[in-house]
Design a protein around this ligand. Structure first.
Ligand SMILES: CC(C)(COP(=O)(O)OP(=O)(O)OC[C@H]1O[C@@H](n2cnc3c(N)ncnc32)[C@H](O)[C@@H]1OP(=O)(O)O)[C@@H](O)C(=O)NCCC(=O)NCCS
Length: 173
């Protein structure tokens, strides 16, 4: 079945949570890809985005990615509720991880790892490397990426409003 096609609930890709989440509540966790399915959660994604980021993406930014053949978009659901999402865009043989977010009340329980593992798994055949930029003071994000083997290839001094440096990180696939 191709990306974007509709699926019956039984056909959603269920990610194996047993090794990556140690303390989540009982209930099914789904890692969902496919633009049609994710579009159904666009309101929740925009709400979570606005609650999380100082300079949030607009709805149109998500829509553009969802409609692009070069994008990889994922949503993580628990009991049918949006827990997190991930948006990335391919450029030639590289893919840029532009957005990863886990709702504040669900952070620190392995959901970020689940999203990132699912993403890497889905792009490793089509991309040679993943690149991203992260605020050097964003400890959870830097730990998440480092734990998956991302390495810092460039430091961009004081690019954030806070004065923090930006780290350009790369993972060879
Ligand atoms: C970054 C983010 C996606 C991580 O998701 P998460 O579900 O909280 O992360 P996980 O529970 O999977 O843990 C990933 C790593 O971060 C660490 N971590 C999580 N929360 C942390 C915290 N509050 N303080 C320090 N480390 C933390 C974990 O210990 C783990 O590292 P380890 O394997 O070395 O122990 C999430 O915190 C988030 O959405 N933050 C806000 C948005 C954001 O900053 N996105 C990234 C922009 S580049």
């Amino acid at each position: 079945m191709k990306e974007g096609q509709d699926r019956s609930p039984a056909q959603y890709y269920f990610y194996d949570m047993t090794t990556s989440i140690s303390s989540c509540e009982p209930g099914s966790v789904e890692l969902v890809s496919g633009s049609k399915r994710i579009t159904a959660f666009l309101d929740a994604i925009c709400t979570l985005e606005a609650a999380t980021f100082g300079v949030p993406w607009k709805r149109i930014d998500f829509v553009n990615d969802l409609e692009s053949a070069d994008s990889c978009c994922m949503a993580l659901l628990s009991g049918g509720i949006l827990v997190g999402y991930l948006f990335a865009k391919a450029v030639l043989d590289e893919i840029c991880l532009n957005k990863i977010c886990v709702a504040a009340s669900w952070q620190g329980r392995g959901f970020g790892k689940t999203l990132l593992a699912g993403f890497i798994d889905s792009v490793k055949k089509s991309s040679a490397r993943v690149f991203l930029e992260v605020d050097s003071t964003n400890t959870p994000a830097v730990r998440l990426y480092s734990g998956f083997g991302f390495r810092t290839v460039r430091i961009r001094n004081a690019i954030y409003e806070s004065g923090a440096d930006g780290l350009e990180m790369v993972l060879e696939l």
